[in-house]
Design a protein around this ligand. Structure first.
Ligand SMILES: [Zn+2]
Length: 621
């Protein structure tokens, strides 16, 4: 292979043992200790010349024995780093150090990291141990360890594809709109370049039925076996929900996403299977599909550049919308074309996240969402929203009542927790449904939260470990939460379509002292929407009978806490982009919003804008 030869030729012949591909990374194995420790400068030069990721490792026969290496690492790393686990991957000459404070394993300017490498001759990889126990995080890490041999083979195969000298007769860049165009749900875009085919997101329509539940993968332009990569922006079901299906039905290529996204996807898709089975509905995929997706995942940090096909280079950047959520930047060919797919974005600062990244050096085509893209989609300010929320909660506290907040497990719930923590709220806040697990995942990745939040967590002020937060893990816990007053209960489901929220309502709904606070969008036809609109009699199922319950508690809606940008933010975002796009494509909106936003943006920025329908193809160049 040309690239492997080039790398081999760049170093003295006698120091190289072998060159292996690990996904987009080129790994040079050596048996020369001096070369291993001194190659840094040479590697740096080569990386900037070839624009590829290269790492030098010592053949494991030369590394320290695991026992001795373990001892040395424990001695080198300060105790405050809270090392939880040290494990070895001899096949790749790696030592994985899991610690409560990974920063201390790296040390100032990488000092400690370098010392581990020099003294043990293993290449350290450092992971954060979750501050709150998370079974999801644990089981994913375990699976990756168990499958290490399989993963090495898989990464080699991915590398071979990325660096193949494939030729095709295509000289265009096109996109196929497979889902989420002029609708919200089942996001899916196929990008076809001269040498690669990549899929950006593959979600489901949770409210849909039959074939409109999933993207148009039956289109003849879509062939699973030709796909180089699936790139996932974030863990919402309308972006990720169909991915396990693709793995279950034959796709065996890589899935690129950030680490927290992978954790959340695993949690949410497993829960989806569970909910479907409880409703006696056939889920679209089984746990096997989820496991396969995890096994095939290649996680990237924000700002980490990675080749994902022979002529496509991917970079994720923060999108401000959800934990791990990313804008997708694709660099096609050698400067042939640059695509930014914004997926879902937020451009104001929230408690959890900084606004979406804008500093792209080049964008020719920008995909932008239009969930709130109509002219009059303007939200209350964040500050007003927080103030209103705290006011309603405090009034409930004064009445010695319970404030019930229906919320999805991921995102809004943690934002509310962060708001309560910031306002020094002192009463118990009960978390029901999957909220606790989702919170544990948030607490595991401070570097994916806002700078301010990250700093707080690193200083030991983790808002999520505030003792006011109490987990409801059983029916007995749930019953206890109804007695303690005043209190707040945050519970799934977010639109009151079943889940533990219903039993909270049943037990607290008839008391005037309590309140029900909507903090998120309530879909048409949902119980949440009906109550929001003034329904006072709610049917409650108990012991196989349905009774009408009279709602007496105070019902309030707090707007302005959405994870999506409103129309002002969207325009502001495009305005702030470091590179002005040549073309903007709108998607992810209902009721003519993509069209409205497209024409509005055309008028404002005097550039080509499009609001295509599903199944349309657009030639980008
Ligand atoms: Zn989303």
């Amino acid at each position: 292979m040309e690239i492997v030869d080039k790398v081999k030729d760049s170093f003295p012949k006698d120091v190289i043992d072998r060159v292996e591909l690990e996904g987009c990374e080129i790994v040079v194995y050596t048996k020369d200790k001096i070369f291993f420790l001194d190659a840094n400068e040479q590697v740096k030069e080569l990386v900037s010349e070839l624009k590829k990721r290269i790492e030098v490792r010592l053949d494991n026969s030369m590394c320290d024995s695991p026992e001795s290496a373990k001892e040395k690492i424990t001695a080198i790393v300060p105790q405050e780093a809270l090392i939880k686990d040290i494990r070895f991957e001899p096949e790749r000459s790696l030592v994985i150090v899991t610690a409560g404070k990974p920063g201390l394993v790296i040390g100032r300017g990488g000092e400690t990291f370098r010392k581990i490498k020099e003294d043990t001759l293993w290449v350290p990889k450092i992971e954060r141990s979750p501050e709150i126990t998370s079974n999801i995080v644990k089981s994913i890490r375990q699976l990756m360890t168990e499958e290490v041999k399989w993963r090495i083979k898989f990464l080699k195969q991915v590398g071979k594809n990325i660096f193949s000298e494939k030729t095709t007769n295509r000289d265009w860049v096109r996109v196929f709109c497979l889902g989420s165009f002029r609708e919200v749900g089942r996001s899916c875009i196929l990008v076809e370049t001269p040498k690669s085919k990549v899929l950006m997101d593959c979600g489901i329509n949770t409210g849909g039925s039959g074939s409109n539940m999933y993207p148009f993968i039956n289109a003849k332009e879509f062939d699973l076996s030709e796909l180089d990569a699936i790139i996932l922006s974030h863990a919402h079901m309308d972006h990720c929900g169909f991915i396990p299906y693709l793995y279950e039905y034959g796709y065996d290529g890589p899935l690129y996403c950030t680490t927290p996204t992978l954790d959340l996807v695993t949690m949410l898709t497993m829960d989806y299977i569970d909910v479907m089975q409880k409703n006696a509905t056939q889920p679209l995929f089984t746990a096997k599909g989820v496991k396969e997706a995890v096994k095939h995942a290649i996680t990237l940090d924000w700002n980490e550049v990675s080749d994902v096909g022979p002529d496509v280079r991917l970079t994720f950047q923060p999108s401000g919308h959800l934990l791990g959520s990313s804008l997708v930047h694709l660099h096609v060919g050698q400067g042939l074309h640059n695509i930014v797919y914004s997926a879902d974005l937020k451009f104001t600062r929230t408690r959890l996240f900084d606004p979406a990244f804008t500093n792209f050096q080049r964008i020719e085509t920008l995909f932008v969402e239009s969930t709130y893209g109509a002219q009059d989609d303007i939200m209350p300010s964040r500050m007003d929203a927080e103030e209103q929320l705290m006011k309603v909660i405090n009034q409930t506290v004064e009445r010695k009542g319970v404030a019930i907040i229906p919320s999805f497990a991921v995102g809004r719930a943690q934002e509310i927790m962060a708001i309560l923590d910031a306002h020094k709220f002192e009463y118990p806040v009960f978390l029901d449904g999957m909220i606790w697990d989702a919170t544990a995942i948030h607490a595991t990745y401070p570097e994916y939260l806002s700078n301010l939040m990250e700093r707080k967590i690193l200083q030991g002020e983790n808002p999520f470990t505030n003792p006011i937060f109490k987990r409801i893990g059983s029916q007995a816990d749930r019953e206890k939460s109804w007695v303690e007053k005043p209190a707040v209960i945050i519970s799934t489901s977010g639109m009151m379509e079943g889940g533990p929220i219903m039993s909270h309502l049943q037990n607290l709904g008839e008391d005037k002292k309590n309140s029900l606070i909507f903090v998120g969008y309530q879909g048409e036809g949902t119980m949440g929407r009906r109550i929001q609109r003034g329904w006072k009699e709610v049917p409650i199922n108990a012991n196989g009978k349905t009774n009408a319950m009279k709602l007496e508690l105070d019902v309030t809606t707090v707007g302005g806490l959405s994870g999506h940008a409103d129309v002002k933010e969207l325009i502001n975002y495009i305005n702030r982009l470091a590179s002005k796009p040549e073309r903007i494509i709108t998607n992810h909106g209902e009721n003519g919003k993509p069209l409205q936003l497209a024409s509005n943006l055309h008028r404002l920025f005097r550039i080509e804008t499009l609001a295509p329908k599903n199944l349309e193809t657009i030639r980008l160049r």
